[in-house]
Design a protein around this ligand. Structure first.
Ligand SMILES: [Zn+2]
Ligand SMILES: [Zn+2]
Length: 278
């Protein structure tokens, strides 16, 4: 059964209308399609939905749902940023969504103002964080990223956590750090242990591969094995920004889950989260 709950359309930084995605999902034989535009945040970015577009997005997805001819199930979600003291999934709890993905993309930039820069956006943003805010101390940047991930899990409610180790997106060829080093593993494992304690579902996300940024999924294979050891549930996600990526890497991701020891993944089906065999 092919599913995807991590889908960006033109309401945020994706390409195509909800209807385009529904038609493509049917063509590709998906059983379930969930929309998860980047939610509005309290300031403008180039990739978050504008607040005034939220009712239109909701309407458009529900309308696209009605255009389904076969058995495809369509759900309305959002990917919501956590920003310390400012914003998070709980701020959108009353929007009538079917599910919410919790995510950390941005860290606070230095200075008095409320400027946030993304760890996964343009290279210049990551470089500005790295050099100006963190004085080229990559350990502190990575630690702060995982601290935000932990705070998101501790302070907000959501259905699954996006791209657990997104902070590695700019780290192709170990440009900034080595994931095998003890300090990095300790940071990641501390957050993973919290996910286990709180039984928070993670996703295996192939969006970094489809967009040509990195060669591995989030979380990487060693973290997937640890996640299985710690009994952390998983959802398979494409993080699609184009209709043709809805099932990108689906079978490879399922195979990676099996290699890590998983026999089941979580699916949102018939209006509830449940396990399905791999
Ligand atoms: Zn994301
Ligand atoms: Zn996303």
């Amino acid at each position: 059964m092919k599913t995807n709950y991590h889908t960006h359309c033109f309401y945020c930084d994706g390409t195509g209308t909800p209807e385009n995605y529904v038609l493509e999902a049917e063509k590709r034989g998906l059983s379930v399609l969930g929309f998860s535009s980047h939610s509005p945040v309290p300031f403008d970015t180039s990739w978050n939905m504008k607040k005034e577009n939220l009712p239109l997005y909701r309407e458009d997805v529900r309308k696209a749902e009605k255009s389904v001819s076969g058995k495809l199930q369509v759900y309305l979600g959002l990917e919501v940023d956590y920003l310390r003291g400012l914003w998070g999934p709980d701020d959108l709890a009353d929007e009538g969504l079917d599910y919410i993905i919790g995510a950390v993309h941005m860290l606070k930039h230095r200075g008095e103002g409320e400027e946030y820069l993304s760890v996964d956006g343009p290279d210049e943003e990551f470089e500005a964080l790295y050099t100006e805010t963190y004085g080229r101390n990559i350990k502190n940047l990575v630690k702060d990223y995982y601290t935000m991930v932990c705070e998101l899990m501790e302070r907000h409610s959501f259905d699954f956590l996006a791209h657990f180790d997104l902070v590695k997106k700019k780290n192709r060829n170990n440009r900034y750090f080595d994931e095998q080093e003890a300090w990095y593993r300790a940071c990641a494992l501390e957050a993973l242990t919290l996910a286990s304690e709180k039984q928070i579902t993670l996703e295996i996300n192939s969006g970094g591969i489809s967009r040509g940024a990195i060669d591995t999924v989030y979380p990487g294979p060693w973290l997937l094995s640890e996640a299985h050891r710690l009994s952390v549930p998983l959802v398979i996600s494409a993080d699609a920004h184009r209709p043709e990526h809805l099932d990108f890497h689906f079978h490879q991701s399922a195979a990676l889950c099996r290699q890590a020891g998983y026999r089941n993944v979580r699916v949102y089906l018939d209006g509830q989260w449940q396990d399905t065999g791999l």
